[in-house]
Ligand binder design. Structure first.
Ligand code: ARG
Length: 297
């Protein structure tokens, strides 16, 4: 199976409101055309990087008035050909729910998905941004707090019949799990410790052996390098430091860097801009990285 990613074309992208501390509508509005042109170029570069790394990319249109649709990681959780459509905490993004639901229904009609489900009323859950599948350990890491509700992880476990780990996010800066936590295809976990509570850190360190844990620095996290997409041995991410590239090289990974500044202006990086559509939770033996089929990691 080729890893398949949904991306949203940035024609309607802008930074026109602020719902996280990185968003700078004032900076955007000084040169909106220039930022949009740069966003289009960055989007194209990301698409090419994903394809070069062996991914398949499906691009869907955005919608006017819904600039953050360019972050489809938040559109829903897709596992085993089932989509659980997101429910957004902030009114600015709630209009995306119906649009993404119809995108998933179209994917169902095309035979890419089998089922499209909605969340119970009153529960917030911001998609794969707060639910990261870990193939090595056969479980999902789920984030909650700033965006997703504390009850969302248990609901995800029921809907997909999977094991989950619940991680409370401790800061507004790292408001989605994918901004501070990244699972690599061969079992390493790259994470930014300051984004988690003491209890969350304890869980991470209980589940992942120390030699598989890689700590991100504050600078790595602020560059949105934790928000990365890894395909086998290639990690696609926003511009890292030379030191970070070196650390990944020592672990056998090649970093493919993409300039994503226009999207970081909205608090998003490479992972946020993608939604993996083909993840399967069954039929793999967990933990033995040499035996992993990298294309499914
Ligand atoms: N401006 C968007 C928001 O605040 C950025 C979302 C980034 N997505 C992510 N998965 N971290 O919701």
């Amino acid at each position: 199976m080729t890893p398949t990613y949904l991306l949203v074309e940035p024609s309607h992208y802008e930074v026109s409101y602020s719902i996280n501390p990185w968003m700078k509508p004032g900076v955007w509005s000084e040169h909106p055309e220039q930022h949009l042109a740069e966003a289009r170029a960055a989007f194209t570069a990301l698409k090419i990087a994903l394809r070069d790394a062996g991914g398949e990319v499906r691009v869907t249109d955005g919608a006017p008035g819904l600039p953050d649709m360019v972050f489809p990681a938040n559109a829903g959780i897709v596992l085993d050909r089932k989509a659980l459509v997101a429910s957004f905490r902030h009114p600015q993004r709630q209009g995306e729910e119906a649009v993404f639901k119809s995108v998933f229904e179209r994917l169902q009609a095309e035979g890419v998905l089998d089922q499209v489900e909605s969340l119970p009323a009153g529960m917030f859950q911001e998609g794969a941004g707060d639910c990261i599948w870990d193939r090595t350990r056969s479980l999902a890491w789920t984030g909650y707090g700033p965006r997703s509700s504390p009850e969302a992880p248990a609901h995800i476990a029921r809907v997909f019949d999977i094991d989950i780990v619940r991680l409370e996010l401790a800061t507004e800066q790292f408001y989605h799990l994918d901004t501070c936590f990244c699972v690599l295809p061969h079992g390493e976990v790259f994470y930014y410790p300051a984004a988690f509570t003491k209890a969350g850190l304890g869980l991470i360190r209980d589940v992942v052996p120390a030699d598989r844990l890689m700590e991100a620095t504050a600078d790595d996290a602020a560059r949105f390098c934790v928000n990365a997409v890894a395909i086998d041995r290639t990690i696609v991410m926003a511009q890292p430091t030379a030191r970070l590239k070196q650390r990944f090289a020592e672990r056998g990974y090649m970093v493919k860097e993409v300039g994503l500044a226009p999207f970081i202006l909205s608090g998003g990086g490479a992972y946020c801009m993608t939604l993996r559509l083909d993840l399967a939770t069954r039929g793999h033996s967990a933990g033995v990285d040499q035996d992993l089929d990298p294309s499914e990691a």
